[in-house]
Write a protein that binds this ligand. Structure first.
Ligand code: GRF
Length: 207
C-alpha cells in the first residue's frame, strides 16, 4: 500500500503526535503527506506545522452538505498522493464519498473495546456501565459508525476509583502505542477482509 498518510483531526491531536513520532523514530515506515482539520482552532494543526507537515483547514461549515465537504477532503487527499487516511480524533462522520475514494483505506481509533461503547464519550459510557475492562480499538472505517473490521485492540483495566477522565488518560497512553502499530500492519499488507474480520494472512510484506 502507498505509504503516504493523510491524517484527519478535529482537536488536540495527541494521536497525530504519536504518528508523527513513530514516523520519525523509525517505528513506522510512512510519511504524513498532509494533516486536515475541520476546525481551525484544532491544536493538532500546530503540532503538524511544528513537525514541518502541511496542515490544512477544510471547515465543514463552509460546505452545503456532508457530500460536498467530503468531496473537498478527497480532492486534497488525492492531490497529496495519500494512500491511507487516518482519523485521529476527527469528530465528523465520514460519508460514502470519502469511503468510496479510499476503499479499505480509512482507519479510525476509538477509546473502547468495540463493539462496546461506540459513539461519543466512550470512556464515560464504560464508567457508567460499570465494566471492569475497557481499552482501545483501531478499525477500518465503514458505513457503520465505529463498526468496521478491527485491526488491533488493547485492553485497559477500569480501576475502582476511575472517573471518565482518569480512564481516558490511561486509555490514551495505550492509544499512542497502538495506532502506529496498526498503521504499520495495514501498510505492510498480507491481510484481507472476510465479512467483519480483518484477517492477517501472513503474505510477504507482513511483519
Ligand atoms: C482519542 O481518545 C481518540 O480515540 C478519539 O478521540 C480522541 C482524540 O484525541 N477518537 P487526540 O486529538 O488524538 O488527542
Amino acid at each position: 500500500m502507498n505509504r503516504r498518510l493523510g491524517v484527519l483531526i478535529s482537536g488536540r491531536g495527541s494521536n497525530l503526535q504519536a504518528l508523527i513520532d513513530a514516523t520519525r523514530d523509525g517505528r513506522l515506515d510512512a510519511a504524513i503527506a498532509v494533516v486536515i482539520s475541520n476546525r481551525e482552532e484544532a491544536a493538532g494543526l500546530e503540532r503538524a506545522r511544528a513537525a514541518g507537515i502541511d496542515a490544512v483547514v477544510i471547515g465543514h461549515r463552509d460546505y452545503r452538505s456532508r457530500h460536498d465537504h467530503d468531496r473537498a477532503l478527497v480532492r486534497e487527499l488525492t492531490a497529496r498522493g495519500v494512500g491511507l487516511v487516518c482519523l485521529a480524533g476527527y469528530m465528523r462522520l465520514v460519508g460514502p464519498v470519502l469511503l468510496d475514494a479510499f476503499p479499505d483505506a480509512v482507519l479510525n481509533i476509538h477509546p473502547s473495546l468495540l463493539p462496546a461503547f461506540p459513539g461519543l464519550d466512550a470512556q464515560a459510557q464504560a464508567i457508567a456501565h460499570g465494566v471492569k475492562v475497557s481499552g482501545v480499538t483501531v478499525h477500518l472505517v465503514t458505513h457503520e459508525l465505529d463498526g468496521g473490521p478491527i485491526v488491533l485492540q488493547r485492553a485497559v483495566p477500569v480501576l475502582e476509583n476511575d472517573t471518565a477522565d482518569t480512564l481516558a488518560e490511561r486509555i490514551l497512553v495505550e492509544e499512542h502505542r497502538v495506532y502506529p502499530e496498526a498503521v504499520r500492519i495495514v501498510l505492510d499488507g498480507g491481510w484481507r477482509i472476510e465479512g467483519r474480520r480483518f484477517r492477517r494472512t501472513g503474505a510477504p510484506g507482513s511483519a
